[in-house]
Write a protein that binds this ligand. Structure first.
Ligand code: GAL
Length: 720
């Protein structure tokens, strides 16, 4: 008996130890109480930071410094969570966080997405990539989200962030009731969870929380933290025409004379790969046959007031004149057999900038289109590639776009010149960069959705036009791009011209001219982006009162009580705000009418000045000539009387909509340099007030120096 007991003793002890071990492992991986509570520090007013472990590349190193004055001017809100319910966990190969989420919260952001707006209930792997439908694989997968409750979170890492937005339940969290699928009515494939959880394959993370009184203020705070928004040169807001890739200097000159013949405005000519003597990989050297005298060519265009933008990708061809100099600073793998510069190294940046300054910028090139910085995995370098800086290949890929943007932005700034260009990769902290994103994906609706989402990612986006199946689609796409940060026909492959569909040439021209006439309004909107972080093109959910709007007059009763209809209203992605007062509602090919959700307040038709509604869903009949535009009550819209902007003082027609008194601070400067940062600009206050008889009157006051004041102002009362 005793022997038997002795025999079993070690057995029991072992079992007991295994049980303790299991509980320990289990608790390490699953118990919230075993995760570390994050420690938060207010680093700037309304900006809170927590960190744990160690970071690799820091994306914020490539952002502009915070705008302290503007951040100080924002309202104050308390830290949005109970700090004891924010957690971190570091395991052998992952750093993760868990932040609380209320059942009613909607989550926006997470970068440049082409579908939807509310990210709740999904999982995203935020990876710089070609857009192809995988959630989170996109040209600008910014790990920043905004809650409808009025706070934002930036997960600061150059690793790919995998984020579970209100899906996935820990066994020790507050979980909903478990339901039997066979008999239960409310069984859900994605049961509601009370948290956002995110992780990276890396040794640590920084997390920033941005507070605000509204989703817009959160976005402003994030943008201002990254230096505020960009103020493009005025020429950047005109019309861009990208030539067919095989075009020569003579083809460009012919095209320019056709622009005159057809009376189309033209601000920038874009040259696609064929300006180089080798492309994919790139030489960055002019092709002597197509462009025998680049300097003369650029001078000729300059005399016409036309800027030149050059396409390139970063992969260096062996035949390039900068190949030998950059070679020591390139990675282990090639892309299209070209070498990949390690632009995390200042030495590599210097080689590129010296070459480009000498061969392009010194003779008058205005900027670049940096293509293929994203690309599919089978094009770009593998995750295990090595780079001379020792930085990780995955991290380099994630921040490649923002590094190149910063490199160029700083270089142009050191020359006191503004640039504006295109890029196909962006990330955290990009709002102050002079680049606009674009894509090969070509769905018109998705393009408008991307424009909406770009406003919550600190990036700019162009729904560029390349081609169309018919004249109607041509017009509709042109109209959308006219109401975007960069108006461009990218004919690199189609070779099309704005007048390629003769039956609608007049309509296209009118739309382009309208865009140009709106320059003072748009430039002012960009100034607000720079100064206050307010995106010039904004999602409806950023509009005051939009998310919390309780009743929807005009909607079917069923819609009001039907949460699905409400979801559709809140999550509308086919309309957006442009500047302070204009609501843009693009039309897609085939739409004979469309519904428009109006935020609270009276709205008026842009073209006629007629009242259209207030806080309701309206249906508008479409006509091919116009993109539906609506203006807020009291909206003051300064417009040029001519459609070709001068560089300084302009004659303006100032339109007023509705019946409200109002004021607009209109901005103007030289449109070219950074002298505005030293105070060289003019703010003109446009004032609409009632006179003694109760009639609206317009006047204006120049508030500071009058160097860029309007030459003349004519008031137009749109709503009599
Ligand atoms: C694509 C780019 C197009 C065009 C083309 C030239 O990657 O998206 O806009 O530039 O390259 O080869």
């Amino acid at each position: 008996m005793r022997t038997k007991q002795l025999f079993f003793y070690p057995y029991f002890i072992c079992t007991f130890l295994v049980m303790i071990y299991c509980v320990r492992v289990d608790s390490q991986n699953t118990l919230i109480s075993e995760m570390d509570i994050l420690e938060w520090e207010e680093v700037l007013p309304g900006v809170w930071k927590a960190k744990f472990g160690s970071m690799g590349l820091n994306p914020l190193d490539y952002a502009s410094p915070p705008n302290h004055t503007a951040l100080d001017a924002l309202s104050h809100s308390d830290f949005p969570f109970n700090r004891d319910s924010t957690f971190s966990l570091l395991t052998s190969n992952r750093a993760s966080i868990r932040l609380p989420l209320d059942s009613s919260e909607k989550i926006y952001g997470l970068g440049l997405e082409f579908e939807g707006i509310n990210r709740r209930g999904n999982v995203y792997t935020l990876k710089v990539d070609h857009y192809g439908g995988i959630k989170g694989y996109t040209h600008a997968p910014v790990p920043f989200y905004i809650s409808s409750k009025g706070y934002g979170v930036l997960i600061n890492s150059a690793h790919r962030v995998k984020i579970h937005v209100g899906v996935g339940n820990r066994k020790d969290s507050k979980r909903p009731e478990v339901i039997d699928r066979t008999t239960g009515k409310n069984w859900a494939a994605r049961p509601v969870s009370d948290a956002i959880e995110a992780s990276v394959q890396g040794g640590g993370l920084e997390i920033f929380v941005f507070t605000g009184q509204s989703p817009l203020e959160v976005v402003q705070r994030y943008n201002l933290f990254c230096g505020g928004g960009v103020l493009p040169p005025k020429w950047g807001l005109g019309f861009w025409h990208r030539m067919h890739t095989k075009s020569s200097a003579d083809d460009v000159l012919k095209e320019i004379s056709d622009f005159k013949k057809y009376d189309f405005p033209l601000s920038v000519i874009g040259l696609e790969p064929g300006w180089q003597n080798f492309a994919y990989p790139c030489s960055y050297d002019w092709d002597e046959n197509r462009f025998p005298d680049p300097e003369k060519f650029l001078n000729t265009l300059d005399k016409e007031g036309i800027k030149v933008n050059l396409w390139e990708n970063p992969y260096v061809a062996p035949s390039s004149t900068m190949f030998n100099d950059i070679k020591p600073y390139t990675g282990s793998h090639t892309v299209w057999l070209g070498e990949v510069p390690d632009y995390t190294m200042i030495e590599a940046q210097r080689v590129m900038l010296n070459h480009h300054q000498k061969n392009h910028l010194d003779i008058g090139v205005s900027g670049y289109k940096f293509d293929e910085l994203d690309g599919y995995d089978f094009w770009l370098w593998p995750d295990h590639a090595t780079f001379p800086s020792g930085n990780d290949a995955v991290e380099i890929r994630q921040v490649y776009g923002v590094i190149m943007q910063k490199m160029l932005r700083d270089h142009f700034k050191s020359e006191n010149k503004r640039t504006y260009g295109l890029v196909r990769s962006s990330y955290t902290g990009a709002s102050n960069n002079s680049f606009v994103l674009y894509s090969d994906y070509y769905q018109h609706k998705g393009y408008v959705t991307a424009l909406v989402n770009s406003s919550m990612a600190g990036v700019l986006w162009t729904p560029e036009i390349r081609s169309a199946k018919n004249a109607e689609e041509w017009v509709r796409r042109f109209q959308s791009v006219c109401f975007s940060p960069l108006t461009m026909l990218n004919a690199w492959s189609s070779g099309l011209k704005p007048w390629s569909f003769p039956e609608v040439t007049d309509i296209v021209r009118d739309n382009l001219k309208l865009r140009n006439q709106l320059l003072p309004y748009l430039y002012t909107a960009f100034f607000e982006y720079y100064r206050k972080g307010i995106p010039p093109f904004r999602a409806m959910v950023l509009e005051e009162g939009y998310v919390s709007q309780e009743s929807i007059i005009g909607a079917e009763l069923d819609d009001v009580v039907n949460p699905y209809a409400e979801k559709k209203r809140i999550e509308v992605t086919d309309q957006y705000m442009m500047g302070e007062a204009i609501l843009v509602a693009p039309v897609f090919e085939g739409q004979k009418e469309r519904s428009v959700v109006l935020p609270p307040g009276n709205y008026y038709d842009f073209y006629t000045g007629k009242y259209v509604g207030n806080g309701e869903i309206i249906t508008v009949k479409t006509d091919l000539d116009h993109i539906p535009l609506f203006v807020k009550d009291g909206g003051i819209i300064p417009m040029l009387t001519s459609s070709s902007p001068s560089s300084s003082n302009d004659s303006l027609e100032v339109r007023h909509y509705g019946n409200r008194e109002n004021r607009l601070l209109m901005y103007n400067d030289d449109g070219l340099s950074y002298n505005f940062e030293k105070g060289e600009f003019t703010l003109t206050e446009l004032v609409v007030e009632e006179d003694k008889e109760g009639k609206l009157r317009g006047s204006y006051n120049v508030l500071n120096n009058d160097k860029f004041k309007p030459e003349s102002v004519t008031w137009k009362w749109m709503t009599e």
